[in-house]
Write a protein that binds this ligand. Structure first.
Ligand SMILES: NC(=O)c1ccc[n+]([C@@H]2O[C@H](COP(=O)([O-])OP(=O)(O)OC[C@H]3O[C@@H](n4cnc5c(N)ncnc54)[C@H](OP(=O)(O)O)[C@@H]3O)[C@@H](O)[C@H]2O)c1
Length: 248
């Protein structure tokens, strides 16, 4: 049995990684700002972080906040892991963090480098967007009677349970460095995904594609966040929608 700390173990991905590892018989500690007994804000670090990491074999680092502070959080986590002699740090990242100059992606790329240069055994897995994230985005956009989408952008969403299973597998193996990227089964236009969401939720909205400007948009438009050659995911967006919203 291995002792594994899952940071962000209450989040969409982290919860499933935790479940999987526990089912496989590992001792799992869940760290987040609100989950006791390991309630730690990684951006602050401190004695409670050291206590959470003490005696741990492997850390799966899923905690993240798109609002900022991930570099500081990773720096604290790595320092604590080194002090505690942790053998393996596994990090979940996003396909295209080195290709699309989008703020959050730049941060993730910086954290990847911190992990790689940590001196710890490390594994980094990049995946495309989870189905959950697209639904969250469409829910926000559907608040308005007209759904405005960035024109000519495609996506390749993946089932988060499949990512969790792969991450758990990597966490219980030897440090692997950069693991092969994981992409969802289909590359589709955002408007076709939005239409599927509208159908599944029984909403009617006009979907309008708007060309945007800027380097980040160009990066997304050219598909820098896609991995068509690694379309290894099985669960489709429609299957996810049916599971979540039922059949209409
Ligand atoms: N969503 C996607 O489509 C996608 C795709 C590829 C990769 N990823 C990566 O997968 C990871 C997990 O994503 P997710 O969608 O599952 O995220 P999520 O649901 O937003 O969960 C984030 C988790 O991090 C914790 N957290 C946030 N800030 C923290 C801090 N300062 N200190 C300690 N814990 C903190 C949160 O709990 P508290 O609020 O209790 O702190 C929560 O458990 C992220 O690294 C993300 O970049 C996501």
């Amino acid at each position: 049995m291995t002792t594994i700390l899952v940071t962000g173990g209450t989040g969409t991905l982290g919860r499933l990684v935790t479940e999987r590892l526990r089912t496989d018989g590992h001792e799992v500690r869940v760290l987040s700002r609100h989950s006791r007994p390991y309630a730690v804000d990684l951006r602050e670090g401190g004695g409670r972080l050291d206590a959470a990491v003490e005696g741990v074999d492997t850390i799966v680092h899923c905690a993240s906040s798109p609002r900022g502070g991930d570099e500081r959080a990773a720096t604290h986590l790595i320092a604590a892991a080194r002090r505690a002699g942790v053998g393996h740090l596994v990090y979940i990242s996003i396909v295209g963090v080195d290709r699309v100059p989008f703020g959050y992606y730049r941060t993730k790329h910086t954290v990847e480098r911190l992990v790689e240069e940590s001196g710890l055994g490390w594994t980094v897995l990049r995946t495309t967007q989870f189905h959950d994230l697209l639904v969250q985005m469409f829910q926000g956009l559907a608040k308005s009677p007209v759904m405005l989408l960035p024109a000519h952008v495609r996506d390749q969403p993946i089932e988060v349970g499949e990512v969790a299973a792969r991450l758990a597998e990597l966490a219980t193996g030897a440090p692997a460095g950069r693991a092969e990227d994981m992409g969802g089964p289909e590359v589709r236009t955002l408007s076709s995904l939005a239409q599927a969401y509208l159908t599944a939720t029984g909403r009617r909205r006009a979907v309008v594609n708007v060309p945007l400007w800027g380097a980040a948009y160009r990066g997304f438009r050219s598909g820098g966040h896609l991995a068509p050659e690694r379309a290894v995911g099985k669960g489709t967006f429609e299957e996810y929608l049916t599971k979540r919203f039922g059949r209409r």
